[in-house]
Structures are given as C-alpha cells and as structure tokens.
Design a protein around this ligand. Structure first.
Ligand code: ATP
Ligand code: MG
Length: 404
C-alpha cells in the first residue's frame, strides 16, 4: 500500500488567536516552496490541520523535507481507503501484517466523522480489532500506551488509516516574525544563531564583512556555504557582502591596539544597522556568546551595542561552546565552520584586546576617524547575492555517474 497524504499538526501557532490564519498561510507558502520539486504534490492548510496530498509522489523524500520546516509540530503519513467495510478491514489487516513484530501491542482508534457510515466508532473498534486477530492471532491488544495505535477515520469521501506520528521541527513559520539581519562570520556560532532565529519565525538576511586581500576568496565562499546550509530551513537567503578593508586599515592606523576589536565591532554594528534600515529589517542577530572571547564580555557588549538602539538578538548568548557545537553538527554547518580560513577580525586582532572597554574611550578614538564617511562608503559598496539551496546529493551523484 502507498501513502496517499501526510497530515500535519501545527505547533504553537494554534495559540495565536486572530493571527492564526496568517501563520497558517505563511506555513503553507513555506511548505509549497520546499516541495516545489514535486509537481504532483498538493498542499492544503485548514484552520486545525494541514494536508499534503502526494498524488503518487514518493513519501520518503517529501517527509525528509518536511522535517526541516518550522511551524510543524508533528506529521503522520496516511493511507486512503475506499469507504466500504470490506476495504477497510483488508487495509487494516495489510497494514498490521506489514508492521508486526513479535511481542508488540496495538489498539484501534476509530472515528466516524461521517455519521451515515454503517458502524459507529465503538463497533468499528471491535470489528477491526478482531480482524487483526484473524491474521495475527499472537498479537496483544492494549488500551494504554500500545506500541501501535492504528487510527481509522471515516470521512465523507473516504476512510483514512494512520499509525505513525513523526516529530516535526517545531518553532514558528519562517517569515511570520519579520526580517532580521544576521551578522554571519565564518565561525561556528553565527550560523547556529541564524538557525535559531529562523526557528522563531525570523526571515534572515546574511551580512558578512570581508577584507580582501587580507581575507581570501575561500573565506567568502565559506560564509556563503554556511548560508546555503541555512536555506534548508527557510528558503533562499540574501547574502550581503560588505567591503571592510578600508575601515580595518584606518582603525589599525589611528586607534590604539587595545581598542581595535571594540572599534571594529562598533563599525560592524553601525553598518549592519544601516543596511537593516534600508532593507526594512527589524532586528540584528549575532553569534555572541557570553564570556567566550574578549569581545564578548558584558562590558564589551555594552560598548559595541552603544552605537544603536535597534534590538540585537543573541540566540546563543547563554550557551556553552559544546552546546553550540551540538546544534552546529545537527544542522550540518560544523564541518564548514572549522575550515581554516581567516576571518577579517582574526587578522587585525591584537594579542591582548581590552576585555573592559569604556564607551567614552571608544568615542574618543573614533573622533580621529571619519566615521560617517567610512560607514557610507562601506554601505555603498555592498554586494548582494541570493543564496539558493544546494542540489540534492542524489542528483549530484547521478550527475557524477553520468560523467564517469
Ligand atoms: P563566530 O563563531 O560566529 O565567528 P566567534 O566566537 O568567532 O563567533 P567573534 O569572532 O567574536 O566570535 O564574533 C562575534 C559575532 O560577531 C559573530 O558571531 C558574528 O555574529 C559577528 N561577526 C564576527 N565577524 C564577522 C564577519 N566577518 N562578518 C559578519 N559578522 C561577523
Ligand atoms: Mg568568529
């Protein structure tokens, strides 16, 4: 038997009152976008549940893609069966035979939405239960926490069978919270921060500071590859490359070594905020983690944050490095992040950056620079590319096979 559809249970969005239909429609758009590769698949999203009609498409890859879509709490593959008692009995037996293992327990949970159907739900439970015993005399019935709970629903147009409940990604549909600018380096933390922001419905754009020739094309590609990994969770991402060489050289030349880091970060923050404003973003997201390095003490955060009143979200701020790495591995960014390319900050980083910088001092040193001009030139020089999801690995494999 082949699955005919996948039933989707929404997550937290069910509690969103009036906005609920907005959330559901955004989720529907996101699902359609991810499943665009399957032209036969149809997506419907009602108030209480969503349905993905497979129309003959393969269940497994569709289910794999669904697991990455935020806003889905859980989903169940469903068999559609003719609405005759005979057909339902046969289907129930077939399903149970296919999943039977020695010692498992089961129950049937029938529900009759179509009240004209010949049996009511209690009778259905009995008839279908004994049909299972007919083909599997050793199986045990159990009402509380059975291994298999086979749900049978009699609707107007057909009967539906399902027994699996697969955990979804949770979170909120990407796009429902508005847009945020993710400050994306090539490190481990910022991609994880981006993933966590996507999880709460933020549509992200990646802002990356590059200082050629001090930073290599490899470092830039690394940041783009990391961005590409994130597209799996929210679709295409705008990648914004900011030319940062002039600013870093200026700071290096005119400010004391101990404040290089603080001033560099303050410029990054200003520029990101300027880009945010131009592109109607609402927040800035970064990968700062408290105490991890000198620039991430509370004093540092305060000195850096002082250049803007825009909210800065730091999803990994209270996580330990190992906790961040766990997520990085799960979202498959870790192996890219550890590639040895220099970030623009490492290159100009002093041996002993100040861990307790003062805002007043930072401002004084900035008086030596043409802050506004530097920011304006950097913003005028940004390059925007749209990053799209990677090709399916099987496709690449097939291409390789064709070539050999
Ligand atoms: P990450 O692993 O994300 O690089 P990190 O532990 O190396 O973080 P820092 O290098 O101090 O920490 O960077 C702190 C945050 O500043 C980063 O998480 C990122 O959000 C931002 N940032 C640093 N360098 C860049 C860059 N070249 N472009 C954009 N954002 C950057
Ligand atoms: Mg870094």
């Amino acid at each position: 038997m082949q699955y005919s559809e996948i039933m989707i249970r929404y997550g937290e969005l069910s509690t969103k009152g009036k906005n609920r239909m907005c959330f559901i429609n955004q989720l529907k758009r996101n699902i359609k976008h991810v499943l665009a590769a399957y032209p036969d698949v149809r997506v419907a999203a009602a108030r209480d549940r969503g349905h993905i009609y497979l129309n003959g498409s393969d269940y497994i890859p569709v289910a794999q893609s669904l697991k990455n879509i935020f806003g889905i709490q859980a989903f169940s593959p469903v068999y559609k069966v003719d609405k005759s008692l005979e057909a339902i009995i046969q289907a129930v037996q077939e399903v149970m035979l296919s999943i039977y293992r020695k010692g498992i327990t089961f129950k049937i949970t029938a529900k009759r939405s179509d009240h004209h159907f010949e049996l009511d739900s209690r009778e259905l439970n009995q008839v279908l239960g004994s049909a299972v015993f007919d083909v599997l005399p050793d199986i045990k019935a159990q009402m509380k926490n059975p291994d298999i709970n086979l749900k049978v629903e009699i609707r107007e147009e057909a009967a539906y069978l399902s027994y699996e409940n697969i955990k979804g990604a949770g979170g909120l549909p990407v796009g429902t919270a508005g847009t945020g600018m993710l400050m994306l380096s090539g490190g481990i933390d910022s991609p994880v921060a981006g993933y966590l922001a996507l999880k709460r419905g933020v549509n992200i754009e990646a802002v990356h500071f590059a200082s050629p020739p001090y930073t290599s094309p490899g470092a830039l590609k690394k940041a783009q590859d990391l961005t590409r990994k994130l597209t799996k969770f929210g679709g295409n991402i705008q990648f914004i490359e900011v030319p940062f060489t002039e600013i870093q050289e200026e700071i290096k030349e005119k400010a004391p070594e101990a404040y290089l880091m603080t001033l560099t970060r303050r410029f990054m923050m200003r520029i990101t905020d300027r880009i945010r404003k131009e592109r109607s973003g609402l927040v800035i997201i970064n990968g700062e983690s408290l105490g991890q390095v000198a620039s991430q003490t509370l004093e540092s955060m305060q000195a850096i944050n002082a250049v803007t009143t825009t909210p800065v979200i730091r999803p990994v701020v209270t996580m330990d490095k190992l906790e961040i790495i766990d997520i990085a591995e799960k979202i498959d960014t870790f192996n890219i992040s550890i590639q040895p390319f220099e970030d623009c900050c490492t290159i100009f980083a002093p041996d002993r950056p100040k861990t307790n910088p003062k805002i007043k001092n930072a401002e004084q040193y900035e008086d030596r620079l043409d802050v506004e001009g530097l920011v304006e030139r950097a913003v005028a020089g940004i390059m925007i590319t749209e990053i799209t999801p990677e090709a399916e690995t099987d496709e690449v494999d097939e291409l390789l096979e064709d070539l050999l």
